[in-house]
Ligand binder design. Structure first.
Ligand SMILES: NC(=O)c1ccc[n+]([C@@H]2O[C@H](COP(=O)([O-])OP(=O)(O)OC[C@H]3O[C@@H](n4cnc5c(N)ncnc54)[C@H](O)[C@@H]3O)[C@@H](O)[C@H]2O)c1
Ligand SMILES: [Fe+2]
Length: 381
């Protein structure tokens, strides 16, 4: 089934196969004449990236690319990107890629005209008001994975390369002005990336749904996002060219990011330090820690999860949902635990301290303490 849609919520989204051909129009809509395409090193040499650059060049917008971007990008990548942006006299960014390319592209557009260091814009209180909003460049976002939802998000994740801590940088204008969700771009993802990113979308929906904050709009979106993952992630995994599955996974990813305005929780507060210290894939790490976190949160979410299970067509309430998560993971080849991911439990105290500092920690339905978080980490091995 070929799904085509134009949405204006939470920003302008153009969804459908082949819509990458509208990239130049998207840039022009935002007034760009010299965009810088930002992506990661791996994507830089792929045909989908070359094609996107062709579309820009044919429309007279040049074919400038910056690809010095690590997975879990850091401030050095950002600094180099800002230099490329300013040296090239660019007037906006095409953020192209998975969460890494998208986040770094968005942050270049945000930071190129600022004078304060990026860490001054961490997602704390109203720190974002410190930014000079008039200097933020327009952003077109083109996701090539279906997971982070960064294309419809108002934040970028940046790892501090000295401390290995992941920080969330927030500004409302980090929300891209136009998003092109072309499922064809995601068809070449390796299976492990399909799984990791898809499970990130599921984790966003699950944690947003479970978080105690009052935000029923996000709760509803999270529930339907989980349903889309349940129906379509195994299909996308089995057959990467399944267009309907790939399209619906792009929707689920965007829904996860819209939903997590309601909050995230322990899955993300554990996975952020693990990713920052061991450079593991973010979404796959979420999938690995998901069952222990569900057990940890059970006293606070049992009834809520039973409601979700009923909606998802899963019998047996919380237990049925838990078993479903286990079977989904094994169907998708997710490592059993952190040990199977190649991680040793020798830095637990450090990881625990980092998890307690993580902003997602406050959205967990069960209050996290040093003691119970350390025990939770141990349960993940
Ligand atoms: N901004 C947010 O709200 C938000 C939310 C969640 C995660 N994140 C961040 O996003 C990052 C993870 O993003 P991700 O999971 O999308 O992975 P990623 O962007 O790091 O990409 C993973 C790998 O997949 C490759 N890849 C991407 N698209 C491909 C394609 N279509 N075909 C073949 N290979 C492809 C990349 O080259 C890379 O090697 C982390 O840094 C995480 O912290 C941000
Ligand atoms: Fe995530």
């Amino acid at each position: 089934m070929n799904i085509v849609a134009n949405w204006s919520y939470p920003t302008a989204v153009k969804l459908g196969r082949g819509r990458i051909k509208e990239l130049a129009d998207a840039c022009k809509t935002l007034g760009l004449s010299r965009p810088l395409l930002v992506t990661d090193r791996g994507l830089a040499s792929m045909a989908i990236t070359g094609h996107a650059l062709d579309v820009l060049e044919e429309a007279g917008l040049g074919r400038a690319i910056f690809a010095d971007v690590d997975p879990n990008p850091n401030e050095n990548n950002l600094e180099a990107g800002i230099k490329a942006y300013n040296d090239g006299g660019h007037d906006g960014v095409v953020a192209f890629g998975g969460g890494s390319g998208l986040d770094l592209g968005k942050l270049i557009a945000f930071m190129a005209g600022q004078t304060r260091p990026v860490w001054d814009f961490e997602d704390i209180g109203d720190w974002w008001t410190r930014a000079d909003a008039s200097k933020i460049a327009p952003i077109v976002a083109v996701p090539t994975t279906a997971g982070t939802g960064s294309e419809v998000g108002r934040a970028g994740v940046l790892t501090n390369s000295a401390t290995h801590v992941k920080k969330i940088i927030f500004h409302p204008k980090l929300l891209p002005g136009v998003v092109i969700c072309d499922p064809e771009l995601t068809m070449g993802m390796p299976k492990a990336i399909t799984v990791g990113t898809g499970m990130d979308a599921f984790a966003h929906c699950l944690e947003a749904y479970s978080s105690p904050f009052y935000h029923p709009m996000s709760g509803g979106i999270a529930l339907e996002g989980m349903r889309l993952v349940k129906e379509f992630l195994p299909r996308a995994y089995r057959d990467g060219a399944d267009l309907e599955a790939r399209t619906n996974m792009m929707s689920a990813a965007a829904m996860g990011a819209v939903a997590f305005q309601k909050g995230l929780g322990a899955i993300h507060s554990l996975s952020h330090p693990i990713g920052a210290v061991y450079n593991t894939h973010h979404g796959m790490t979420n999938a690995v820690v998901m069952p222990p976190v569900l057990r940890f949160n059970r006293p606070a979410i049992e009834e809520k999860i039973a409601r979700a299970a009923a909606y998802l067509g899963i019998a047996g309430g919380f237990d049925g949902f838990y078993d479903y998560v286990l079977s989904l993971r094994s169907e998708l080849g997710v490592p059993e635990n952190l040990t199977a991911m190649g991680i040793k439990p020798d830095r637990i105290d450090e990881l625990t301290a980092m998890a307690m500092e993580d902003p997602s920690c406050g959205g967990n339905p069960v209050t996290m303490t040093m003691e119970n978080t350390k025990a939770l980490f141990l349960a993940c091995f």
